[in-house]
Design a protein around this ligand. Structure first.
Ligand SMILES: [Zn+2]
Ligand SMILES: [Zn+2]
Ligand SMILES: [Zn+2]
Length: 254
């Protein structure tokens, strides 16, 4: 299994427009964060989590050549606004399976109405095969990649996290329900939302993320959806050795 971080930034991206803070001015490439997204590769499957607002740039930067499926966590703009940019993959490979929960599909159909109710003549629309996921209803892509959708709570919004065999990706959350905690045991790699050190109403912050990691005991953990409060080099020293700030381009193999 290989997980590649295409983006690790909070919704504004880092640097943030018009900000001169230490992180936004940093020359360290690990302080430059596109909007959150990962690619999972296992066996013959390549799966993208979220079509971020930076998806086109990410696909070009990391040489993405093919996707077997896209999993959607939720429909905030930073996670979904790149959906139109799957079209070049459609032109080559045909329609692409998109997996999302019922709540997200309602939003996708509203935000991208033109995809589902085409009113203009001619091609050029994303071609989507809609799959609705249910919490804890696992499914396979290929023969070796088992995906378990997991419900987490993002402020008040139920959001999907995903387990891939013994990897899990859980971004944009402030609470992990007890049943989901049970489904996140025995992980090799946990990627977890962690905005910054200070508290936040809809995201995890360092103390709360570390408490969940301490309870779940994955072998390794990576923090993502990072705001400009976090300076990679300086703030890496404030984490335990098996927990790291993720950064764009980081590859994790297991
Ligand atoms: Zn987000
Ligand atoms: Zn800044
Ligand atoms: Zn969100």
């Amino acid at each position: 299994m290989k997980l590649t971080f295409l983006g690790t930034g909070t919704s504004t991206g880092v640097p943030s427009i018009a900000c001169d803070c230490e992180t936004c001015s940093s020359q360290d490439p690990r302080d430059k964060r596109l909007r959150v997204s990962v690619v999972i590769e296992h066996g013959d499957q390549t799966v993208l989590v979220d079509t971020s607002s930076d998806f086109r740039q990410q696909a070009l930067r990391y040489g993405l050549k093919h996707l077997d499926a896209v999993l959607i966590t939720h429909c905030h703009a930073d996670h979904i606004f790149g959906l139109d940019d799957i079209r070049p993959l459609n032109f080559r490979f045909g329609a692409l399976g998109i997996y999302a929960n019922e709540h997200a599909w309602t939003d996708i159909r509203r935000i991208f109405k033109y995809i589902f109710e085409p009113s203009h003549f001619g091609g050029g629309l994303p071609q989507v095969i809609a799959h609705t996921v249910q919490p804890n209803a696992s499914f396979f892509l290929g023969r070796e990649l088992e995906i378990t959708p997991l419900e987490v709570i993002h402020g008040r919004l139920p959001v999907m996290a995903y387990r891939f065999n013994d990897f899990a990706y859980a971004t944009d959350l402030s609470e992990i329900p007890a049943q989901t905690m049970e489904s996140m045991r025995g992980l090799d790699v946990l990627v977890l939302d962690c905005l910054r050190f200070r508290e936040h109403p809809t995201h995890l912050w360092v103390d709360k993320a570390l408490a969940y990691i301490d309870e779940l005991k994955p072998r390794r953990a990576f923090l993502t959806h990072i705001a400009h409060d976090v300076l990679h080099e300086r703030d890496s020293q404030r984490l335990p050795p098996n927990i790291k700030w993720a950064y764009d381009g980081l590859e994790v193999e297991g």
